[in-house]
Design a protein around this ligand. Structure first.
Ligand code: NAD
Length: 325
């Protein structure tokens, strides 16, 4: 199929574009920043550009991953989030519907399920979070605009019959967490595979699965994350002593972690549950917490990328412009 991939220069885009080509798709990449897989330089907020791209490239399907996201909150005004994440999504949905596309995949985020109270650690038990979790009260402009974009997807399906899969993706960024310094970066990431992370390769694979399934499903929202080892019965204990719960499931974890100089999480406040994606998309992340323990035990390279130097390519473009001024 002729697929329009937005955000093609970004972290996800550089894994997803080649993966789509591997399946025989013809990929047109659109991004505000240049990249190896980007043919169209510009913003999804530019309606004329979006319409031209559909006409010139005969677009048959869309994977919409381009967005301002959490680290951009300190760099951009709220209006830029509305323009790119909301108006941009509307432009793509309407162009896709007008072109008679039969599938649209939207990269959303589990972050829109995180309220201020959850973020503050004010809850006394871990939340078992499925797609039905609500009411949703996103705590920042990123979550608010992603939720608005999800609702636009829902509307486009209802009004135009456009088949849409929304992927509420958990963390897969390679850089340091901008809010935490209590453990080393790799240790933090490894811990997150218990409840709120997946590899970028698995995130790409989920999009491939959603692209294949969207026409059959019509409309669906799916949490995409590594399968957690826990059950809802663990939620109280996870908030009190997560390390003890982890040790119950993985008796070798404390020893392996000690060898790596790492520590298990003291508290887990939420568990993203990807069961619907497994049932509806046939997608299950290949890398989970057990894979990480296995890699440590066998002295192999960790099965996820940690790259503190990663910067979104649009920031590099901005830096480049400043440097040439
Ligand atoms: N990285 C994560 O952990 C994570 C977690 C959940 C969801 N997501 C979502 O995954 C998607 C990809 O994120 P990423 O981690 O690859 O980030 P990234 O910043 O590396 O890539 C995003 C890309 O989108 C492009 N972009 C931004 N605004 C645009 C616009 N208006 N028009 C066209 N392109 C635009 C950027 O230039 C960038 O190349 C985003 O939608 C993000 O919200 C990311």
């Amino acid at each position: 199929m002729r697929v329009l991939l937005t955000g093609s220069s970004g972290w996800l885009g550089r894994f997803l574009a080649p993966r789509l080509r591997e399946d025989g798709h013809e990929v047109t990449g659109l991004d505000v920043a240049p990249g190896a897989d980007t043919q169209i330089l510009g913003s999804v907020a530019d309606r004329a550009l979006v319409e031209r791209t559909f006409a010139d490239h005969g677009i048959e399907a869309v994977i919409h991953s381009g967005a301002l996201h959490k680290p951009d909150i300190v760099r951009y005004k709220r209006q830029a989030f509305i323009d790119g994440n909301v108006t941009g999504t509307l432009n793509l949905l309407e162009a896709a519907a007008a072109a008679g596309n039969d599938r649209f995949v939207f990269t959303s985020t589990t972050s829109l399920m995180v309220s201020e109270a959850l973020h503050r650690g004010a809850l006394d038990r871990a939340l078992w979070m499925t797609e039905d979790y609500g009411p949703l009260e996103p705590r920042n402009i990123y979550g608010v605009t992603k939720l608005a974009a999800e609702q636009l997807c829902r509307l486009a399906h209802r009004e135009h019959g456009l088949p849409v899969c929304i992927l509420r993706t958990s963390r897969f960024f390679p850089e340091e967490d901008d809010t935490r310094r209590d453990r080393s970066g790799p240790n933090i990431k490894a811990n997150e595979f218990l409840n709120r992370r997946l590899t970028v390769e698995d995130a790409a694979e989920a999009h491939v699965a959603a692209l294949a399934r969207a026409p059959v499903l019509g409309f669906g929202t799916f949490i995409v994350s590594a399968p957690p080892p826990f059950s809802p019965r663990d939620c109280e204990a996870l908030a009190l002593d997560a390390a003890a719960v982890v040790e119950r499931y993985f008796p070798d974890a404390p020893r392996l972690y000690a060898g790596a100089g790492w520590t298990l999480p003291a508290r887990i406040d939420r568990v993203y549950v990807p069961a619907a994606a497994e049932a509806g998309l046939g997608f299950r992340a290949r890398t989970d917490f057990a894979s990480i323990l296995e890699a440590i035990a066998q002295g192999r390279q960790l099965p996820f990328v940690h790259d503190p130097s990663y910067v979104s390519p649009k920031e590099r473009a901005v830096e480049g412009e400043k440097a040439t001024c």
